[in-house]
Design a protein around this ligand. Structure first.
Ligand SMILES: Nc1ncnc2c1ncn2[C@@H]1O[C@H](COP(=O)(O)OP(=O)(O)OP(=O)(O)O)[C@@H](O)[C@H]1O
Ligand SMILES: [Mg+2]
Length: 316
């Protein structure tokens, strides 16, 4: 019983009219771990989170969160989780302190305890000084911190964070990362969504790549990187026509593309033999490749290779 995962989803499906938004999502998130759902706009991240947080009903499949079924035991699930949405949900006209106290009261904390808890959370999220001010005057980072604090008034077992750092400056982003790491160190299970590979790489024990309502890859950052070669060969082509021709010839093998700089990247093991073979293949006349560079594969490359996003940007 105790090794039951904090989150388990099997074959989750969701459709809106004719559109299939989730097409059979399986997830397994061990207790106390951080799991990242990574995907481009419209991949289905928010829909997945909303189903797991009991706000949306799936059309198929099932999910258990903190040991309870999200459809038939929604009340128990809600008691065990907190959800911080993609858009901060705090009340602009109230102060930080008022927001937290209200949230604590909604979560049925007695008045005195609600005050105490609000003060604790303000302190922990470095908002004590701002606590007496209206949220309308807060920065984006302060709002996000307050939003997250609001979700923590009752020590949830599982925390859902939908794009917690979107729109934050680098400093606030780093502060949010520290908070998530701290929560995880305290034994809480965190499922977060992000469009930032670096964020998933840094924070998450495991990552699922979501694209078009399907999980196209799942694993640790290292495992995902191993799914493509260790290196990337970047070729700068001499002009637009040779660039287009090479992109077309390589098609699915292109994992990086920058048409303004006429650079395209292909996966390689980095060996001299392979690089020489690639160059010969792409530029048999030795006239169309102007320069080349070999670099380490990033999670970005994996993402582009696996989601096929590269095709959208080029039309090849
Ligand atoms: N209530 C709804 N009615 C109709 N379509 C919806 C509804 N909610 C979501 N969708 C569609 O489902 C798809 C997935 O949406 P979702 O919000 O889950 O994506 P996302 O991965 O969170 O994207 P983003 O990165 O932009 O937040 C989109 O095509 C969206 O238009
Ligand atoms: Mg979303």
């Amino acid at each position: 019983m105790s090794d039951e995962p904090a989150i388990e989803a099997v074959g989750l499906r969701k459709t809106y009219g004719p559109a299939t938004v989730l097409d059979g999502i399986d997830l397994r998130v061990p207790k106390g771990s951080v799991f990242a759902l990574l995907g481009p706009n419209g991949a289905g991240k928010t829909t997945t989170v909303r189903i797991l947080a009991t706000l949306t009903r799936p059309d198929g499949g099932s999910a258990r969160v903190a040991g309870h079924d999200v459809v038939t035991q929604a009340r128990q699930v809600r008691r065990a989780i907190s959800l911080t949405g993609q858009y901060a949900a705090v009340d602009e006209l109230q102060t930080g302190t008022e927001n937290l106290r209200m949230m604590a009261r909604l979560r049925r904390l007695p008045r005195a305890r609600a005050r105490e808890r609000a003060a604790e959370l303000l302190e922990r999220f470095e908002l004590t000084e701002a606590g007496g001010r209206r949220v309308a005057g807060y920065s984006g980072g302060m709002r996000r911190r307050l939003d997250l604090a609001c979700g923590l008034v009752t020590d949830p077992e599982v925390i859902f964070l939908d794009e917690p750092t979107t729109g934050l400056d680098p400093r606030s982003r780093r502060a949010m990362w520290d908070l998530v790491a701290e929560l995880a160190a305290g034994g809480v299970t965190v499922l977060l969504t992000t469009q930032y590979l670096e964020e998933a790489d840094r924070l998450a024990d495991r990552i699922a790549l979501l694209d078009n309502g399907r999980i196209v890859a799942e694993g640790t950052a290292t495992e995902l990187k191993e799914q493509v070669n260790a290196s990337r060969l970047d070729l700068t082509m001499t002009d637009a026509p040779t660039f287009d021709a090479a992109a077309h010839a390589l098609r699915d093998r292109v994992i990086y593309l920058d048409s303004t700089r006429r650079v395209l990247g292909v996966s390689t093991d980095g060996s001299a033999a392979h690089i020489r073979a690639l160059l010969d293949e792409i530029d048999p006349t030795r006239t169309t490749v102007e320069r080349f560079a070999v670099r380490d594969t990033t999670l970005d490359d994996v993402f582009l290779a696996l989601t096929g996003q590269i095709k959208e940007t080029t039309g090849v």
